[in-house]
Structures are given as structure tokens and as C-alpha cells.
Write a protein that binds this ligand. Structure first.
Ligand SMILES: Cc1ncc(COP(=O)(O)O)c(C=O)c1O
Length: 507
């Protein structure tokens, strides 16, 4: 066997002998830089304008291929890593800070972050068994466990780790589209195009009025067009009204349209509304339509013994999206798509000569290629597997309970503050409210949020309900206390008072 005695061209490969030690030294340098930069930032985000942030980043990056830094490779790497870590952290929005509460953007668990580093070092790719033997087996097993948790029969269920709710919803709707659009045997939309497979019928997707925008985007990407999405009325908690769904399906039937899927939401992005899944499953079955549940946000309730009952009926869905980078405390990305039956993934099935030739599969080498829209795919399952073992489902459930209790306590504070108005009592872990400035409320709420950003004091969410501007706290930090959110609300009120006064002065 030829061996090379030449010096390797780089001493920097993570997987080389000594590579893990190099990674450890670099990670140690980076964590030291992180600690310094976070202390320097002082708050949940930098007190800088977007232009100041961009200038600071430009300065830290320096010119590409500028003056070559001197010294051995690993010293240069540590210096650059330290400099750019400082720049990134100094300019970061910190989801672990109690006053960073705008989005479904969780503070990740340390154990999951460490596991993610291992996934990067090993750099497995799940598009073929020979790039990821153990990771392939691990994803298969963890997906079956999560399917069991949904209430599917894990050994029959299908599933895949995705980049998040957007990819999960797109994939599910592709499967639903191909399931529904079979005007003649042998025709399918993936192969023959939507128009031929639909045979003249107009494909339609139904979802609640406040379903995630990725439903419309998926419809566009799947060749159905955004107009193919029929939105169904919701109640004051943003839950789909089953009677309105039935009416919409009857209308489609009368018009000769073809319903491809009903998308229910378990945890709407703003109010956390959970559609009545049992009633919707019943209607979907009656009309013979695929039911997809977007549980990207609410899926984490499955971990909580106290709260999982809120998802009753989820097990009757054909497919379910859930994101463990929301109520699962994983670093991005940790999306999951599950199907009741593995065979429902058939439209994505592919035999590719260089990845999963049929004779390899027949010889017992499994491949996950046919579950994903992606080809190269990192082992995001590893951090999920480690977290599930380290905390157990009960451990994750306790974090879910803490966040939900915090939301209820925070909503009670809102109700007790005369200058704030609560939109609805929390269904999950968001609290939606606004500063009451009478007829100027929209302007004042929009401005107070930007004031808090500009001053680096808080990251508060903003949304629109019935054409009015509302503020939102998305509480995903189990270490945040009711006192923390009370002081955040006090900051919001003070910023609202300042903006209301400033507005009065200019009038
Ligand atoms: C209900 C819902 N579905 C889907 C998504 C999209 O998830 P991702 O950002 O992971 O793609 C979100 C994001 O907030 C969401 O709230």
C-alpha cells in the first residue's frame, strides 16, 4: 500500500490524528472570546444601529486576502477565530438573555451544542449509508421514537430530520400533492407535472387563516400557486373553526376542485393557538383528504405529561411537523417530519447510482435518501439523540412546563398593568399584548419596540392582529423568572410612555 512521507498539506483537519485536540483548543479559545464579548455587550442585543453593526462586522472581517498573518497555521486560526467570535457575539441577539423574547428562537442546551460540535467533527452525511453508517441507524431509531411519542406506531411510521418547519411543511405537502394528484393510474405530479396529474381539476390546500406563511410558499414551490391555498376562519384564540372547514370543503366539492391537504396548526406562531385536531381529523377523513399538522411550535408539548393532552388527535394526522429548535432547546437546525406510514414517502423515493444503487439496498445497506428533499444532509439527529437520553422526555417536559407557567404569570402581570392590554390568554408560551395609547397605539407600539432595539435593552416581538399592531413575548427560556418578565414589562411601559410623550410633542 503506498504511504506518503511528505508533510500533510494542512495540520488543520478536524478528523486527522490530533484533530480533535486541535478542535478542543480552538473551541476553548472561542469560548473565552465569547465570555468577554457577551460581558461587553451587556444586554440582549447590541445597542447599535444596523449600520453600526455592519461597520463593526466589516472592520472585524478585514479584507479578504489582506496582509497574510504570520505564524503557524493553528495560531493564525485561533487568532482569527477569537477576533471573529468577538465580533459575532458582540453583535448577537442572545436568546439566553431574559429580555430577548421576540421569536421562536430558543436558548440551546449546552449538551446539545456539544453534541452538535461532534456532528461537525465527524461530518457524516445522511444521503448514503457509506457516508454515515451509525448516523443512518441513529436517525432511523430516533425518528421511530418520536413517531411513538406522536402516537403513531413507530415501526410503521416514516420520518426524517429536516432544517425546520418550513422544509417539513414543504415536504409533507409534496407527499400530499402526489398522493392526491393521480388523475390516471401511473400519473404523478412529481414526474408528469401538476397539470397532467391533476387532469383538469384545480388542486387546493386548506389551512387556518393564521397558519404559517410556509404553507403558501410551499404551494408556490409545488407548482400549485399561492392562490391554491384556501384559508379557513379561526376563533378568537386563532384556532380553526371545524364548521368553517367543512363548509370550505363542501364548496370545493361543489366547484369540482381537488383538495390536496388540510393543514392544521398545533401552536400558531403568535397566539400559540392549537386547532381542534380531533374534529379536523374527523372532517379530513370524511372528505378523504390528507391531514398535515404543523406542530413546529406546539409539538414540544408531547414531552410534558401535564400538557400533552392539548394535542389530542395529533395521532390521526397523516403527517406531522415538529421543531426541536423551538420547544426542544436544540441549536438550529432540528426539524422533524413524521408520517403515519413509511410508504407515504414513496414520491421521494430515488435510486441514484452513486448513492444507493438497488443492489446495495437489496444487500441490506439502507439509505435515507428517499426521505429528504436534500442530498447532502448533516447528522442533526445526533444532538437530538444525546438530548433525549441526557434529559429524557420528562426532563424536556419540565422545561416546557416552566415556559408555559412563565407565560401564564407574565399574562397576569400584563392584566395587572393599566397601560397594557392583553390580546388573549396564552395557549402555549407566547404573551401577546400592547401598550394602550388610544388612537396612537399602533404608532407608539411600533416605535417603542424599535426604541428598545436601538438602546439594546430588549428584543420584543411584533405582530399584526386584525390590522392592529401588537407586541409579543415568546417565552422559551426556562431560566427566565416571573420577576424577569415583570421588569421587561416595566421597560416596555417606560418606552411606551416615552414614545407617547414624544408623539404628543410633535403634534
Ligand atoms: C407554526 C410554524 N410553522 C412553521 C414554522 C417555520 O419553522 P422554521 O423557521 O423552523 O422553518 C414556524 C416558525 O416560526 C412556525 O411558527
Amino acid at each position: 500500500m503506498p504511504t506518503s512521507t511528505a508533510t500533510p498539506p494542512t495540520d488543520g483537519l478536524a478528523g486527522a490524528p490530533g484533530g480533535p485536540a486541535t478542535v478542543a483548543a480552538l473551541v476553548e479559545a472561542a469560548t473565552r472570546a465569547l465570555a468577554g464579548a457577551c460581558a461587553e455587550r451587556k444586554g440582549p442585543l447590541p445597542a447599535r444601529t444596523p449600520r453600526q453593526v455592519a461597520d463593526a462586522v466589516r472592520e472585524a472581517l478585514g479584507p479578504l486576502d489582506g496582509a497574510a498573518p504570520a505564524g503557524p497555521g493553528h495560531t493564525i486560526a485561533a487568532d482569527v477565530l477569537t477576533r471573529l467570535t468577538r465580533a459575532l457575539a458582540a453583535g448577537a441577539a442572545d436568546p439566553a438573555h431574559p429580555r430577548c423574547a421576540a421569536h421562536l428562537h430558543c436558548p440551546p442546551l449546552a449538551v446539545a451544542v456539544a453534541a452538535d460540535t461532534v456532528a461537525s467533527v465527524l461530518n457524516q452525511s445522511l444521503d448514503s449509508w457509506d457516508q454515515a453508517p451509525a448516523a443512518t441507524a441513529m436517525e432511523t431509531q430516533v425518528v421511530a421514537e418520536l413517531a411513538d411519542l406522536v402516537g403513531y406506531r413507530g415501526e410503521h411510521a416514516g420520518g426524517v430530520v429536516t432544517s425546520g418547519g418550513t422544509e417539513s411543511n414543504l415536504t409533507a405537502l409534496l407527499l400530499a400533492r402526489d398522493h392526491a394528484l393521480t388523475a390516471s393510474p401511473g400519473l404523478d405530479a412529481s414526474r408528469h407535472g401538476v397539470a397532467r396529474a391533476a387532469g383538469g381539476a384545480r388542486p387546493r390546500i386548506l389551512c387556518g387563516k393564521v397558519a404559517h406563511f410556509s404553507v403558501q410558499r410551499s404551494a408556490a414551490l409545488l407548482g400549485l400557486g399561492e392562490d391554491a391555498v384556501v384559508t379557513v376562519d379561526v376563533d378568537s384564540q386563532h384556532r380553526m373553526r371545524p364548521a368553517a372547514l367543512r363548509e370550505a370543503l363542501l364548496r370545493l366539492r361543489a366547484d369540482g376542485d381537488l383538495p390536496v391537504a388540510v393543514v392544521a396548526t398545533a401552536g400558531t406562531t403568535d397566539l400559540g393557538g392549537i386547532d381542534p385536531l380531533g374534529a379536523i381529523a374527523h372532517i379530513a377523513r370524511e372528505f378523504g383528504v390528507w391531514l398535515h399538522v404543523d406542530a413546529a411550535y406546539g409539538g414540544g408539548l408531547l414531552f410534558s405529561r401535564r400538557l400533552r393532552g392539548l394535542l389530542a388527535g395529533l395521532e390521526r394526522a397523516d403527517s406531522v411537523s415538529m421543531d426541536l429548535h423551538k420547544l426542544g432547546w436544540q441549536p438550529v437546525a432540528a426539524g422533524i417530519l413524521l408520517t403515519r406510514e413509511r410508504a407515504l414517502f414513496a414520491p421521494l423515493s430515488r435510486s441514484v447510482d452513486y448513492l444507493n444503487p438497488t443492489d446495495d439496498e437489496e444487500a441490506g445497506y439502507p439509505s435515507l435518501l428517499g426521505y429528504s428533499l436534500r442530498t447532502t444532509r448533516r447528522a442533526d439527529v445526533f444532538k437530538i439523540a444525546v438530548t433525549l437520553r441526557a434529559l429524557g422526555t420528562d426532563g424536556l417536559g419540565r422545561l416546557v412546563d416552566l415556559c408555559r407557567d412563565l407565560a401564564l404569570r407574565t399574562a397576569a402581570h400584563v392584566v395587572g398593568e393599566p397601560r397594557l392590554v392583553l390580546a388573549a390568554s396564552p395557549s402555549l408560551t407566547t404573551v401577546v399584548f400592547r401598550y394602550d395609547a388610544g388612537e396612537h397605539s399602533d404608532t407608539v407600539n411600533a416605535r417603542l419596540r424599535r426604541r428598545l432595539l436601538r438602546e439594546g435593552r430588549a428584543v420584543v416581538g411584533r405582530t399584526q392582529i386584525e390590522d392592529r399592531v401588537w407586541l409579543k413575548l415568546t417565552l422559551l427560556n426556562p431560566d427566565t423568572t416571573p420577576d424577569d418578565t415583570a421588569s421587561l414589562l416595566a421597560e416596555i411601559v417606560a418606552a411606551g410612555d416615552a414614545e407617547a410623550a414624544a408623539l404628543k410633542e410633535t403634534r
